[in-house]
Design a protein around this ligand. Structure first.
Ligand SMILES: [Zn+2]
Length: 279
């Protein structure tokens, strides 16, 4: 009897291990990009620009799945929760945000469900990034302490606490203003880049073919910010933003890396969307 129980436990262990391994069939990291709609009607003066100074005012809203031989990481989660699409046929608009399709079917098109995601990281807590955060509460949440403290303190500003409430009890890797090498081989690194919010972070991914890519979160919103050094009017700490930008620019120069400004329409218009991927 005892032997049987031990054997059964071992067998279950084996099955669990096999299930986990089934997701790790890639030879090198790849990035899937999901279309989570966009933001329109923004006032350029919020970003310290006039309309004439910007090529494009409207944002795209995207999220990313990184698949690594040792596991998966979801970076950001769109703005409009999938639940808002229930009973709808077509696009959903919530204030300045709109989206034409939910996230889960796009994730599925790449062969994954939220339950397959091992790690979840937000660039930051603003509501245009946390839309589907609750769906990833089964993953290990990678977050800077200052960001988490703000989210579960008395959050104010561009924040939708209902969309990330489930993260409170998620398995959590808390970082203290530091970087984190997610899979231990230097190819997928969460980089601390505070300023836009107290614990804003970006994600550096070293790809076998495309080279190093930095998923920039809201380190910048417009390419024109990068060119002029201007910061939005609503930064948590603009001086800190400038320091973070300098650090990430230095990293990009040293690695010959490419920065993907997460809200930049031109950047993402040129990139394939899931189920296609970049590796
Ligand atoms: Zn944003």
């Amino acid at each position: 009897m005892r032997f049987t129980r031990v054997f059964a436990a071992a067998l279950i262990g084996l099955l669990v291990a096999t299930g986990a391994a089934a997701q790790s069939t890639v030879a090198s990291p790849r990035i899937y990009i999901f279309d989570n709609g966009g933001i329109s009607g923004l006032d350029p003066s919020l970003f310290n620009f006039t309309r004439d100074e910007l090529e494009e005012v409207d944002f795209v809203d995207v999220s990313y799945l990184i698949v690594h031989p040792r596991g998966t990481l979801m970076f950001d989660s769109g703005g409009i929760p999938d639940s808002a699409f229930a009973g709808h046929d077509g696009p959903v608009t919530e204030g300045v945000m709109s989206a034409s399709k939910p996230l889960a079917p796009q994730l599925e098109s790449a062969g994954y469900t939220p339950a397959d995601v091992d790690y979840f990281a937000l660039s930051h807590y603003h509501s245009d990034h946390t839309g589907n955060a609750n769906d990833f509460a089964g993953a290990t949440w990678i977050v800077q302490k200052a960001e988490r403290d703000f989210m579960f303190g008395a959050p104010e500003g561009i924040v939708a606490p209902d969309t990330f409430a489930a993260l409170r009890t998620a398995r959590t890797k808390v970082l203290d203003n530091e970087d984190f090498d997610v899979f231990g081989d230097g190819t997928v690194v969460v980089m601390s880049a505070p300023g836009h919010t107290p614990g804003h972070q970006v994600l550096a991914v070293r790809l076998a073919n495309a080279g190093t890519v930095v998923l920039g979160g809201d380190l910048y919103h417009y390419p024109e910010e990068r060119a002029t050094g201007r910061t939005p009017t609503f930064e948590y700490d603009a001086e800190q933003s400038r320091e973070s930008r300098a650090r990430i620019e230095k990293f990009l120069a040293a690695t010959g890396g490419t920065l993907w400004i997460e809200h930049d329409r031109a950047t993402h218009a040129a990139l394939p969307k899931a189920p296609a991927y970049i590796d």
